[in-house]
Write a protein that binds this ligand. Structure first.
Ligand code: DOR
Ligand code: ZN
Length: 425
C-alpha cells in the first residue's frame, strides 16, 4: 500500500529538517519527502496531517515487558501495544525477565513474540552477566547474532569493577553499547525514597544521590580505561548530569538517558505514600529536576526513556515499605515530555532527537529518520491536543501510574510501523 501523509510539519533532526513537507510511503519504506502538494495523490491513501507534527517513529530505549516469566504484569503483546498507543514504533526490552535474557534462546523468543504481536518493534537487550548475577559474562556474540541491540543488567548494578571492565572490553568486539544501571548497593542499603527533607519528615529510609553518582563515576572511569561504549540508564540527580557532562567534554564515548518522571515529579509525590511514585532510582528534589531539564537542553543527556516497569496490585497495593519499585510510562511519556516543549525548555526538534533520533543512533537501529529509503516508522503527533490520563484506558496490563487524572497537552494520534497504521485515536 502506498500512503501519502500531507500537510504536516515534518520534524526530522537526522536531516536537520523542520518544515512543511508531504511524506510518501511505499510498502515498508519511505520513498519521498517533498514540498506540500507536489506528490500526486492519485491511487494513494492520503492521510491529512494538517496541524500535526510528522516525526520519525519514537523509540523508547528502556522498558520492561515482563515476558517471559511475569506475564501477569505485562506481555510482549500488551507492552508493544501500549508502546504503539503512546507513539512508539520501537522499544528496547530490558533483560530482567524470568528467565533473564542472558542467552540467544531467550532473545529469539522475545523477537518471535514481538513479531506475532504485530505492534511496536521490540529490540531485546541482553544481560551483561549470566542471570544478571554479576559473576560471569554472557556470550555477547551469541546474543548479538540472535538480535540483542545492547547489554545491561538493568534492575541491578554490576558491583564487581573488574567484571564491568571486562564487559566494556568484550562488548566492543561486537560493537554493543553497555547500559549501566548505576547504583552503589551498599550505600543505597534498604532505602525507599530519596534521602532529603521528605524522607526525614515521613520517616522513610533514604537513598542518597551519592548512591547513584558514585556508581556513575566508576563506570565513566572504566569507560575511559577501556574506551568502551557506555550508556547510563535512568539518570536522576544533578550530580549525575554534571559527571556525564564532564565526561563528554573529556571525549568519552558516553551517552545517557533520563525518564519523564525525573523531570516531572519530585520526592513530594510520595508524601501521601503513593506507592506508584515508588521507583528506583527514586524521585529527587526540585534542584535535581531543574538540572535534568538543563541536561536535556544542553545535550548532557541524550535520550528520554520511560523505564516502563509494570507491576500489579499484588506488588503495589501494600504498605510503602513492601511495595515494588517501578512505574509504567509508555502511554504518558510523550505527553509529559511535550510539557518541556510547551515550557520552552526544549525545541520540538530537540524533543524528537531525544525520543527517536538519538535512541536509534545509540542502539544502531534502522529507524530514527524520515529520509527517503528509511524504514517507514512514523509518529504523527498533535502537540496541542488536550487529554486526561486515564489508567483504565491503557493498553498496558498494569496500572501503576502516578499520573492518573493529569491533564496533558499533546499526544500521538497515529503510529505507523513499517508502513502499516498501528494505532489511531
Ligand atoms: O523502579 C524500578 N523498576 N527500577 C529498576 O531498576 C527496575 C524496575 C523493574 O524492573 O521493576
Ligand atoms: Zn529499568
Amino acid at each position: 500500500m502506498s500512503l501519502l501523509i500531507t500537510g504536516g510539519l515534518v520534524v526530522d533532526p537526522a536531516q536537520d529538517l523542520e518544515a512543511p513537507q508531504d511524506l510518501l510511503i511505499d510498502g515498508a519504506k519511505i520513498t519521498a519527502l517533498a514540498p506540500p502538494g507536489t506528490i500526486p495523490p492519485e491511487g494513494r491513501r492520503v492521510i491529512s496531517a494538517k496541524g500535526l507534527v510528522v516525526a520519525p517513529g519514537l523509540i523508547d530505549m528502556h522498558v520492561h515487558l515482563r515476558e517471559p516469566g511475569e506475564e501477569y504484569k505485562e506481555t510482549i503483546l500488551t507492552g508493544a501495544q501500549a508502546a504503539a498507543r503512546g507513539g512508539f514504533t520501537g522499544v528496547a526490552a530490558m533483560p530482567n525477565t524470568r528467565p533473564v535474557n542472558d542467552n540467544a534462546a531467550v532473545t529469539r523468543f522475545i523477537l518471535e513474540a514481538a513479531k506475532k504481536a504485530g505492534a511496536a518493534r521490540v529490540y531485546p537487550v541482553g544481560a551483561i552477566s549470566v542471570g544478571s548475577k554479576g559473576e560471569a559474562l554472557c556470550e555477547y556474540g551469541d546474543l548479538k547474532e540472535a538480535g540483542a541491540v545492547a547489554l545491561s543488567d538493568d534492575g541491578r548494578p554490576v558491583t564487581n569493577s573488574l567484571l564491568m571492565r571486562r564487559a566494556l572490553e568484550y562488548a566492543q568486539v561486537f560493537d554493543l553499547p553497555l547500559i549501566s544501571h548505576a547504583e552503589d548497593l551498599a550505600l543505597r542499603a534498604d532505602g525507599l525514597i530519596h534521602e532529603a527533607l521528605v524522607s526525614l519528615e515521613l520517616g522513610l529510609r533514604g537513598i542518597p544521590a551519592a548512591a547513584e553518582e558514585i556508581a556513575i563515576f566508576r563506570d565513566l572511569t572504566l569507560a575511559g580505561l577501556t574506551k568502551g561504549r557506555l550508556h547510563i540508564a535512568h539518570v536522576s540527580t544533578a550530580g549525575s548530569v554534571d559527571l556525564i557532562r564532564r565526561a563528554k567534554a573529556q571525549g568519552l564515548k558516553v551517552t545517557a538517558e533520563t525518564a519523564p518522571h525525573y523531570f516531572t515529579l519530585t520526592d513530594e509525590a510520595v508524601r501521601d505514600y503513593d506507592t506508584n511514585a515508588k521507583v528506583n532510582p527514586p524521585l529527587r528534589t526540585a534542584a535535581d529536576v531543574a538540572a535534568i531539564k538543563a541536561g536535556l537542553a544542553d545535550g548532557a543527556l541524550d535520550a528520554i526513556a520511560c523505564d516502563h516497569a509494570p507491576h500489579t496490585p499484588l506488588e503495589k497495593d501494600l504498605e510503602f515499605e513492601a511495595a515494588a519499585f517501578g512505574l509504567i510510562g509508555l502511554e504518558t511519556s510523550l505527553g509529559l515530555s511535550l510539557k518541556l516543549v510547551h515550557e520552552g525548555v526544549l525545541t520540538l526538534s530537540q524533543l524528537i532527537a531525544l525520543m527517536s533520533t538519538h535512541p536509534a543512533r545509540i542502539l544502531g537501529l534502522p529507524g530514527g529518520s524520515l529520509a527517503p529509503g528509511a524504514l517507514a516508522d512514523v509518529t504523527l503527533i498533535d502537540p496541542h491536543r488536550a487529554w486526561t490520563v486515564d489508567i483504565q484506558s491503557f493498553a498496558s496490563k498494569s496500572r501503576n501510574c502516578p499520573f492518573n487524572g493529569w491533564n496533558l497537552k499533546g499526544r500521538a494520534v497515529m503510529t505507523i510501523i513499517g508502513g502499516k497504521i498501528a494505532g489511531v485515536k
